[in-house]
Design a protein around this ligand. Structure first.
Ligand SMILES: [Zn+2]
Ligand SMILES: [Zn+2]
Length: 461
């Protein structure tokens, strides 16, 4: 990935686009405050072609206790604005692609400013030591109008830590575990740690009202919510997630432990990101593949583990995704189909849990849910509706969704009433007996009158 090194008028590829650039280091605006940077940048579409992420470096002196970054541009926070510029922060460890060692936060285009101290930070940003050196503001050039956009960037540092920009996380706790069971949850949600107005506490309350057993919180391009998720209430498991978001598509990472780099641009870089996700034990999911302007560009050949076959807001577009998923199953791919509401708390909180994704897990733990997902022990259905069911039997033996059936005589299929059965050889009514070796797999689809929904397949070994 190419990085534009800086905006000093004398150097850097975009130097000709810098106007009125000035730096007033030391010109303090108050007791203990030191204004470190004031910059006005004229950004043009050509800049976004060079790199969609422009780095604006600034110096952090020893003894810094607080850093505030802010920016302004015409049309900021206005829905439908022709200019959309994102904001992020990188510390002295730098922005190398892949492990992104200096990542300190991202707020997309949803905030005008952010504060980082040793102990707390604006949601979306990571607290921690503020070590001296060259830090960088990242400007994400999400949408740049033809005539360009003038962006003012400011950085202020102070020796004092000052008032905490956000409350510290509560002490960790664990939810009650019912052992091996089907657990109901939602695998896609957002709070104010990215672009939703509602807090994590409000999101958690909504999930408990819905009666969900687990909720994945998948903030855009940040992990600032992770310390807060460890304080699960006893009736809800919170699964750490990230929605890796850029103009080539969105990918949720379930069970995330380290930041999955959202700046991938090529298939090779995406592969690198997904390999890192897998090495850390997390799962990669192609999110809302058919959502307008947020389509999943790389296709299902990219090494994702699962696809969001039912994305709440995508409605009838999900039919095309389901057909594409069915084609992948026909090709013999083990691609898990799951669902997500993409609830943005405070905006469409009522959608949380619709659709509901059920996972057969050995325990109500992050590991348990991830393993159930990995094995394809998954069914997706309408909020409040019964779980779509499917099992097969032969000679007193029974196999569940996600299982592989060894060769033998035909199996008896049990499924939700009214469901249709899909196999490699076509569609069959409920109650059919199937020669699984010929049909290769079977999964159940619920009719729309029953709220829709589907199971993942049971396969021939
Ligand atoms: Zn998305
Ligand atoms: Zn989302």
């Amino acid at each position: 990935m190419r990085m534009v090194a800086g905006y000093e008028p004398a150097g850097g590829p975009s130097a000709e686009h810098v106007r009125g650039s000035r730096c007033r280091a030391g010109a303090g605006s108050g007791e203990g405050m030191r204004a470190r940077l004031r910059r006005t940048l004229l950004l043009r579409p050509a800049d976004a072609e060079v790199s969609p992420y422009l780095m604006v470096p600034f110096e952090v002196p020893p003894g810094t206790g607080r850093i505030e970054i802010s920016y302004r541009y015409p049309g900021q926070l206005v829905p439908g604005s022709p200019a959309v510029i994102d904001l992020g922060l990188v510390d002295h460890r730098g922005a190398a692609f892949g492990d992104f060692p200096g990542f300190r936060g991202w707020s997309g285009s949803s905030r005008r400013s952010a504060v980082v101290t040793a102990r707390s930070a604006t949601p979306g940003y990571l607290p921690g030591p503020l070590l001296a050196g060259t830090w960088q503001v990242i400007l994400g050039l999400a949408r740049v109008p033809e005539l360009g956009v003038e962006v003012e960037v400011a950085v202020d540092t102070a020796e004092e830590e000052g008032p905490p920009p956000h409350r510290p996380p509560p002490p960790p706790s664990a939810p009650r575990d019912r052992g091996r069971a089907w657990y109901a949850g939602d695998l896609h949600s957002h709070s104010h740690h990215s672009d939703a107005p509602g807090t994590l506490a409000q999101l958690v309350s909504a999930a408990r009202r819905r009666g969900l057993d687990f909720l994945a919180v998948t903030e855009h391009n940040t992990l600032s919510h992770l310390p807060y998720l460890r304080a699960c209430p006893e009736d809800l498991l919170l699964v750490p997630g990230e929605e890796v978001t850029n103009r080539f598509g969105h990918m949720t990472v379930l069970g995330v432990r380290e930041l999955a780099d959202f700046r991938w641009r090529t298939p090779e870089e995406l592969e690198d990101v997904v390999q890192r996700v897998h090495r850390s034990g997390a799962l990669a999911v192609a999110a809302h593949p058919a959502a307008p302007q947020m389509e999943w560009g790389p296709g299902f050949e990219a090494a994702v583990d699962a696809v969001e076959v039912w994305h709440g807001p995508s409605r009838e577009r999900n039919l095309a995704v389901r057909a594409a998923w069915a084609r992948e199953l026909n090709l013999g791919r083990r691609l898990v189909g799951l669902g997500g509401s993409d609830c943005h708390c405070g905006r469409n909180t009522e959608d949380l849990g619709h659709p509901t994704t059920w996972v057969l897990a050995d325990h109500l733990t992050v590991e348990g849910v991830l393993e159930g997902l990995r094995q394809g022990r998954v069914a997706v259905g309408s909020a409040g509706a019964p779980r779509p069911e499917l099992s097969v039997e032969r000679d007193g033996q029974r196999w569940e969704i996600g299982d592989c059936v060894p060769p033998g005589p035909p199996v008896r299929v049990r499924c939700s009433p009214g469901a249709r059965l899909w196999t490699a050889l076509g569609v069959h009514p409920a109650g059919a007996a199937l020669d699984l070796e010929r049909h290769r797999y079977v999964w159940a689809e619920l009719p729309e009158e029953q709220g829709g929904g589907f199971t993942n397949p049971i396969r021939a070994l």
